[in-house]
Ligand binder design. Structure first.
Ligand SMILES: [Zn+2]
Length: 284
């Protein structure tokens, strides 16, 4: 069974992680643009970063037969600097046509400020104007519910947003229902130490269903591990889920969502309708 990692920051990982992922049957990984761990000192630093994501990283991944895709945006943490935001947004469009770019992301909120929301809205507009998919970062910890609601309300009230083409990441039990009810995709991130564990993610899949649901390991420069994705895969198998349902979550669902971008090449093994029988139905 092939696996797709929908959210990982390979710029922060070693080549050894590509080796491990290849051994664990990962055939594609997707890298959203994010904060570097420090505030960049100029817009040109973002230009360099986007160039890295669209040239060097796909070449590095290809040595391990992994297709590398990315998302381009200005992350919410650096959206407070309005002059910087204006400059960075001005050259994002030139990257959207690059062969491995899937859309605009991970846009979103961090501290739920007005500047963050403003940059979020402008990047949503940019995505809609250019028919790009959208990948959304929801704030961590106490700000998560409020920030998720702010973005959800905006997108629902917008009128021109197709929920099927938008995925909210870092979702938890208290944010998933309202997003699913509105037709959006949700993704859950697993961390080895804090936040979501592999067990908790599988609990949520059993509770909410298989459709419109992605799982990612979110490897970055913090405590994280690409192998946690495979821990969740193993946990689903251990609980007796069928191979078809495991494949739906870890391979086919990413194909259904990401495949809406003409740049994404992996093909699902089954039609979406056939794959989305719920776990509940399977257990009847
Ligand atoms: Zn991220």
């Amino acid at each position: 069974m092939k696996v797709i990692e929908p959210h990982i920051h390979m710029i922060a990982r070693t080549t050894q992680d590509y080796e491990r992922m290849a051994r664990m049957h990962t055939v594609a990984c997707c890298e959203p643009s994010f904060w570097a761990g420090y505030d960049r000192t100029s817009a040109l630093a973002f230009h360099d970063y986007f160039t890295h994501l669209t040239t060097f990283e796909p070449r590095r991944a290809a040595q391990y037969l992994i297709e590398h895709y990315c998302w381009i945006c200005l992350n919410p943490k650096e959206a407070e600097n309005r002059e910087l935001a204006r400059e960075v947004l001005s050259f994002i469009p030139e990257f959207l046509d690059k062969a491995n770019v899937l859309g605009i992301g991970e846009i979103g909120l961090n501290k739920n400020t007005r500047n963050e929301m403003n940059v979020f809205e402008r990047q949503v507009e940019m995505a809609l104007e250019r028919r790009q998919l959208i990948w959304i970062h929801t704030p961590h910890l106490n700000d998560k519910l409020k920030g998720t609601r702010m973005m959800l309300d905006y997108l629902k009230g917008h009128g021109g947003v197709e929920p099927e083409r938008v995925c909210f990441d870092h979702c938890e039990e208290h944010t998933i229902p309202m997003l699913r009810d509105a037709g959006f995709w949700t993704a859950m991130t697993i961390y080895p130490v804090t936040k979501n564990s592999a067990q908790r993610v599988v609990d949520a899949i059993e509770r909410f269903g298989l459709d419109h649901q992605l799982v990612d390991a979110s490897g970055d420069w913090g405590p994280s591990d690409p192998g946690t994705l495979h821990d969740a895969l193993f946990e689903m198998r251990r609980r007796g889920h069928t191979e078809e349902h495991v494949e739906t979550v870890f391979y086919n669902n990413p194909c259904y969502f990401l495949g809406q971008s003409p740049h994404f090449k992996p093909q699902p093994t089954r039609l979406k309708e056939a794959a989305w029988n719920t776990v509940a139905e399977e257990r009847k």
